[in-house]
Design a protein around this ligand. Structure first.
Ligand code: KIV
Length: 271
């Protein structure tokens, strides 16, 4: 099986090749140059500037207060040091409320060094995804638990259970048909994430979505075992404890993702 070379920078088309070749993708969030450099140097394939920064960096209770300016600031810091990893940045809450706002925010993020923007949800977001992709802006979709929906959902809970599973599969097909090149699945039962992964050509990246996704992502602070001040989700694993150093933690995480041993049953939702 041919796989993406360790020394070669990732590109958007290479992500689909990786899925076709069965090569698992290793993703972590980063918000500053120091961690981004360490992740890039130790073989992380994709770095996400997540709007999780609102909670883990800024200390808010949700991601809702994060602004486009915040995202641009962190995207600039991270993008300066990357040699190989592909850089994805979140469109924060409200920045994708209309096609015009989404385009303006995405242009700012791409000009700051992002190579793809991430958008939560399906529904009216399908038009937004199409609007951006038609204008040469690569899009990562985010389905399952979408933290920007916290007020409507009333909390952070597993999604896609029971009858909602088919809706999730349909939404995944729709976002990929609209042009999404990558799909994050958050807090979804493993069998449902496996169905989604089999149904779409774009790689799926799981966080609390079981071992059958095409790749995995963790939030930096969770990956390092830091207390975020919030309830610790079941899927979180402290890789610093296992690896002994930041470089060792990245290697332990990357090895486990590529071998398909993370997440195991303890770090996934069976149903
Ligand atoms: O904001 C973020 O860090 C994310 C991850 C949870 C995937 O969206």
């Amino acid at each position: 099986m041919s796989t993406h070379a360790d020394s070669k920078p990732w590109t958007v088309p290479a992500l689909a090749d990786a899925k076709r070749n069965g090569q698992k993708l290793v993703m972590l969030t980063a918000y500053d140059a120091g961690f981004a450099r360490a992740f890039d140097a130790n073989g992380v394939d994709l770095i996400l500037i997540g709007d999780s920064l609102g909670m883990v960096v800024q200390g808010h209770d949700s991601t809702l207060p994060v602004t486009v300016a915040d995202m641009v600031y962190h995207t600039r810091a991270v993008s300066r040091v990357l040699q190989r990893a592909l850089l994805v940045a979140d469109l924060p809450f409200g920045a994708d409320a209309t096609p015009e706002r989404a385009l303006e925010a995405s242009l700012q993020l791409l000009q700051a060094g992002a190579e793809m923007v991430k958008i939560e949800g399906a529904g009216f977001k399908l038009d937004i995804i199409r609007h951006l992709v038609e204008r040469e802006i690569p899009v990562c979709s985010h389905l399952g638990l979408t933290p920007q929906s916290v007020l409507r959902l009333g909390g952070y809970r597993v999604q896609g259970r029971g009858d909602a599973a088919q809706q999730l599969v349909d939404d995944a097909k729709a976002v990929v048909a609209a042009g999404a090149s990558l799909l994050v699945l958050e807090c979804v039962p493993s069998p449902v994430a496996a169905r989604v992964t089999a149904a779409v050509s774009a790689p799926t990246i799981g966080i609390g979505a079981g071992p059958d996704c095409d790749g995995q992502v963790l939030v930096l602070h969770d990956f390092l075992g830091l207390d975020s001040g919030h309830r610790r989700p079941k899927f979180v694993k402290d890789f610093l404890a296992e690896g002994g150093s930041v470089a060792g933690a990245v290697q332990a995480y990357a090895d486990a993702v590529r071998a398909g041993t993370f997440p195991d049953a303890e770090h996934a939702y069976a149903s």
